[in-house]
Design a protein around this ligand. Sequence first.
Ligand code: AHM
Ligand code: MG
Length: 329
Amino acid sequence: MKKNSITTLNQFISDQQSHFPFVQGSLSRIFRDLQLGAKMINRDVRQAGLIDILGDFGNTNVQGEEQKKLDVISNEVFIKLLEMSGDCVCILSEESEDIHWCEGADNAKYILAMDPLDGSSNIDVNAPIGSIFSIYKRLSMDKPVTMEDVLQTGNQQVAAGYVIYGAATMFVYTTGSGVFGFTLDDSIQEFCMSHPNIKIPQNGNIFSVNEGNYTEFPIGYKSYIDWCKTSGDNKKIYSARYIGSLIADFHRNLLKGGIYLYPPTNKAPNGKLRLLYECNPMAFLIEQAGGKATNGNIRIMDIQPTELHQRTPLIIGSENMVSLMHEML
Ligand code: AHM
Ligand code: MG
């Protein structure tokens, strides 16, 4: 009889760490904090209609977007936990205009960029939402951290991942040697390995894009979308699936194969999604899973950021689908 074995995220990370004795444990502690934050947010999300956390906070964030109460709560939760451990010298968050410098952590090695709660327009309607993170090492320990340390290319990420608060809550991450998914077992409040070494199929039959903006898309995007709807591979027409929550759309396509597009529009000439804490972490994950991510010109992870909250168009998913889309552009 096959024996069920359980590997928790903490066990897995400490096993991984033992293969790399030079790793001092700071990264593991950051993961521990991210997990704890995720569990706290998960608890709130599960009771969202019962406690006073639905709706608008009554403020707009740096992007000029309406902040939801849960956006603000999630931001505070992660920042507080990470600051207490002192392993991040600073944190860049979608919810704050400026970099948050962690008190007493001037000598910490890591820089974290995050979207504490992505897809927040879905909160009030009980659709999946997520938290996204991307971790970098500072460029030098011998001099203070500058903008250059924060504005590194995606290629320099040491880890990235997301938590999806969906039908189940999952923690999915990479440190550059594969993508691993852990599902939260509510009864023991532990993330347990459920998806080892995730690989995205090279082809899929799903395309995910906000077609409400179709008339504003550049011609190459329109051609690709038309192709998905009329030709597809071997005349098999593709299915459209778009939740409007990047993590949910990404996660489905990662497991089933597919492509996600956020093209430039008149309103958002650089697309809507942010490079440092939305596109780069997703690009790292997809490449580690065997897929591709581009902005239509270059690989997402090759883009040299010049601004903290910089936006970029995003084309991400199964290798062959992204390559074809790229050709059509
Ligand atoms: P947010 O960070 O303010 O939540 O916005 C990002 C979200 C993504 O999760 C999602 O893919 C996209 O915005 C949806 O945008 P749109 O409603 O324009 O299709
Ligand atoms: Mg977001």
